[in-house]
Design a protein around this ligand. Structure first.
Ligand code: AMP
Ligand code: MN
Ligand code: MN
Ligand code: MN
Length: 278
């Protein structure tokens, strides 16, 4: 089996391992090729590429762009992007720009709920103002015992519709695709099962994504339950999308799947890596 893992996070966004530690962990699990797909940043790519070279595995450049599609936040992964692309760098910077203001809003809501000091702590965990995410708030809330673990922080406070959730305007789908394609990458709709869309909304999103030049969807991902794989296999076949596989790993003890430790793609599908394998 081809052990490609094309969705992973590092400390450059909301992962717990440095790019080097992440690649070394994947290599120790026998991955052949690994992508780093941090949220709205390509800062970790250089270090990850170097680590992959040392470990003797193939490295695929990547990024996971936060998109607002109507009321729904959607994630689009770009694979094989040129790290030197100006259009991509500028676009990502514009998305990251909004994170501090949103974090202030979340902290104010938590404060109103009686939990103070979260902004400073989340910023310290994130290491940068333009990278601060809900994950950092969740880890802080778990560390101080406000919730039993980070997952519970989303369920109770930070998830959509919960009391500390702040609606935010990310990139448009149009822009995200333009930046990825402009950087020579392949656009992959990340974890399509996570958006809670009804059949009509789902079809509209998939049509629009395809019309804008999207070529692939994630089928086997740590963010899908195994019983969902068949649904997304059918969707990939119906729309003629290439299929991607990625753990969406953020950290040991935190993520459902570890790098390279996922079932294979269903045999009927054409893997996204068929595009650059040869
Ligand atoms: P943000 O970009 O700040 O909205 O944070 C999004 C990140 O939070 C995702 O990439 C996941 O790492 C994490 N996340 C989102 N929803 C959940 C959830 N329900 N449970 C656990 N982690 C989540
Ligand atoms: Mn994340
Ligand atoms: Mn995601
Ligand atoms: Mn991710």
């Amino acid at each position: 089996m081809d052990n490609y893992d094309l969705h992973n996070h590092s400390t450059a966004s909301d992962g717990l391992l440095s790019p080097t530690q992440l690649i070394e962990l994947g290599a120790s699990h026998g991955v052949q090729a690994m992508a780093l797909t941090d949220h709205d940043t390509i800062d970790g790519l250089e270090e990850a590429a170097e680590a992959a070279g040392k470990c003797g595995i193939r490295f695929v450049t990547g990024v996971e762009i936060s998109v607002s599609w109507g009321e729904t936040t959607v994630h689009v992964v770009g694979l094989g992007v040129d790290p030197g692309s100006r259009v991509l760098a500028d676009g990502l910077a514009s998305v990251r720009d909004g994170r501090l203001g949103r974090a202030k809003g979340m902290a104010a809501r938590l404060e109103a709920l009686g939990i103070s000091g979260t902004l400073e702590s989340a910023l310290a965990l994130a290491g940068s103002e333009d990278q601060v995410s809900r994950t950092h708030f969740a880890r802080h809330l778990a560390q101080v015992g406000a919730v039993r673990d980070a997952q519970h922080a989303f369920d109770k406070y930070l998830g959509k519709g919960k009391p500390a959730f702040v609606q935010h305007q990310w990139a448009s789908l149009d822009d995200a695709l333009r930046w990825i394609l402009g950087a020579g990458g392949i656009a992959v709709l990340a974890h399509p099962g996570r958006y809670g869309l009804k059949p009509l909304g789902r079809a509209t999103l998939l049509d629009e994504f395809k019309r804008l030049g999207g070529e692939a969807i994630e089928v086997v991902t740590g963010s899908h339950r195994p019983e969902e794989y068949a649904t997304w296999r059918r969707v990939a076949q119906e729309y003629g999308f290439l299929a991607s596989r990625g753990s969406d790993f953020h950290g040991l003890g935190e993520s459902p799947a570890q790098p390279g430790r996922l079932p294979p793609l269903p045999a009927a599908l054409e893997p996204v890596w068929s595009r650059w394998k040869h």
